[in-house]
Design a protein around this ligand. Sequence first.
Ligand code: CO
Length: 174
Amino acid sequence: MALLQIRTYPDPILREKAAEVKEFDEDLKRLVRDMAETMYAAPGIGLAANQVGIAKQIVVIDVRNDDGSQTGLLALINPRIVKTEGEYIGEEGCLSLPGEQTEIKRYGKIKVQAQNVEGEQIEMDVEEYLAAVFQHEIDHLNGVLLVDRITPLRRAAMKKRLTRQKKEQAAEAR
Ligand code: CO
């Protein structure tokens, strides 16, 4: 197991469209384990492969539901949203946008088809908070970030904060 480096805005890999996974081998399983470990260590509730520098359609998710129950570790390979319904508005953050929290409007209920690490087809119906997390992670696989889902004014402010933060980090590293 290994912790992977989480890429932050404006790393160009975050803008890449992730490629379909075709090989369900030991390398994939190792990557999923490393992504899970990296997510838990952050700590985070979801992580897409782009965020660790690998533009492949892989996400890991582990969310505590509103009723306190935990989903457990979910690993979705090649996920697709095949049905949407209603809307849900919630606060979202992102490990690639450190310190940023913003309200985002999402579909309230979605049906997702994906594969598991064995390559078997899976289908899940999720709603509300969990559905928002799924949509957030699937956005990553399409190169889409929270900055793209907010108003231009809030986007400009967020980009400014993130750029300043990056500069400060670079200055400290010297
Ligand atoms: Co994110």
